[in-house]
Design a protein around this ligand. Structure first.
Ligand code: G6P
Length: 369
């Protein structure tokens, strides 16, 4: 097992560090920047279905559901297709409206999650076209769906999902770009710029991983906190949810993710000098709004751990701690902002002597209800 961990103390840490290469593997043969091409065979084979989709329904569970939420923002922005993201467990039991021109995307690392599988069967019965985004080749979901694409992240052993999440987002971003290009909903210049920026992402993720020592030092300060709040806006709102989920899963610390602007409708009541608040605040649209959220937390003596764009000064002046990530466009920033949050939960879990790779009560894939 030590050999399998490749010199890392845990599979989770190994998998966190595998992300630059895992994302490259998701690109392989699909992202051809020089030719200006994105080609995913399952998408090419069904391009008309995606182009004519009145709506995309995304069904998933856990971390895969969070990847679906990021994809909602990306598909709507790039391809101008309305997207709804549902927990598979809710979808399967609530007689959902599925129309002939709806396209269903099921996201699952393992391809074995019972609720997702059941939701797929239900969607197929309603006549919908169902596309699978899976990691495990030959899995039940990859066989049950009409078509699909693999993330090619390689085996993920740690129960808490890391590289599966970033590769799911990568693949869904490629899909959205391909469909946007076909539909003409994205300006040519933007399309080419995204291809170039995407190709840089593995190096930027490697750069983001260099925050590890800083994150470890922050983890040492907050390891005994009983609660934690995660805030993000726009593309990074799902990243806040995912950051909170990671902390819950492996550190057993109660954590909540919220869209930053919703703080005033409840969570702000929780903020005092004992409450750490992780704020995802890269330089992006509505940056000024997140700065004012940070000021509101500071006014209530909350402890602010901010994920910022390299070189940021405004948030730095307000936050108790900052973690820098490289600059990229807003839509790609979840791929970078996620990295320090994975590391934060990892280090806190290690410091609390938790079983990082096999947290209590959790399973890698939930094949029963
Ligand atoms: C379990 C795992 C999570 C995972 C979820 C969905 O709860 O512990 O890490 O996100 O299942 O799994 P899937 O394989 O469908 O992505």
């Amino acid at each position: 097992e030590q050999i399998e961990k490749g010199g890392f103390d845990h599979f989770m840490l190994k998998e966190i560090y595998e992300q630059p290469n895992a994302i490259k593997d998701t690109f392989r043969g699909r992202l051809r920047v020089a030719e200006g091409i994105v080609k995913i065979s399952g998408v090419e084979d069904n391009l008309q279905k995606f182009m004519n989709a009145d709506r995309i329904l995304i069904i998933a569970c856990g971390t895969s559901w969070h990847a679906g939420l990021v994809a909602e923002y990306i598909f709507e922005e790039f391809a101008r297709i309305p997207v709804e993201v549902e927990y598979a467990s809710e979808f399967r039991y609530r007689n959902p409206v599925i129309r002939p021109n709806d396209v269903v995307i099921a996201i699952s690392q393992s391809g074995e999650t019972a609720d997702t599988l059941a939701a797929i069967k239900l969607a197929k019965e309603s006549g919908a076209f169902v596309f699978g985004v899976c990691n495990v080749v030959g899995s039940s979901i990859s066989r049950e769906t009409h078509s699909g694409a693999y993330t090619h992240a390689g085996p993920e052993i740690g129960v808490a999902s890391t590289k599966a999440f970033t590769t799911q987002i990568t693949l869904l971003t490629l899909m959205a770009l391909r469909i946007a290009r076909a539909k003409g909903t994205m300006a040519r210049a933007d399309y080419y710029r995204y291809l170039q920026e995407l190709e840089l992402v593995p190096d930027l993720v490697a750069e983001a991983l260099k925050s590890n020592d800083n994150v470890q030092a922050i983890a040492a300060i907050y390891k005994d906190a009983p609660n934690c709040i995660y805030l993000g806006r726009g593309y990074n709102y799902p990243v806040a949810l995912e950051g909170a989920l990671k902390l819950k899963e492996i550190s057993y610390i109660h954590a909540e993710g919220y869209p930053a602007a919703e703080m005033k409708h409840g969570p702000i009541a929780l903020i005092d000098e004992r409450m750490p608040v992780v704020v995802i605040a890269p330089k992006q649209e509505h940056y000024d709004k997140i700065v004012s959220n940070i000021q509101e937390i500071k006014a209530r003596s909350g402890k602010i751990i901010a994920v910022v764009t390299k070189g940021d000064t405004q948030v730095k002046a307000l936050a108790d701690h900052v973690i820098e990530i490289p600059e990229t466009s807003d839509a790609l920033s979840p791929l970078l902002a996620t990295i320090p949050l994975q590391l934060l939960s990892y280090h806190i879990a290690v410091m609390r002597n938790c079983n990082v790779d096999q947290p209590r009560n959790l399973a890698k894939s939930v094949t029963v209800e």
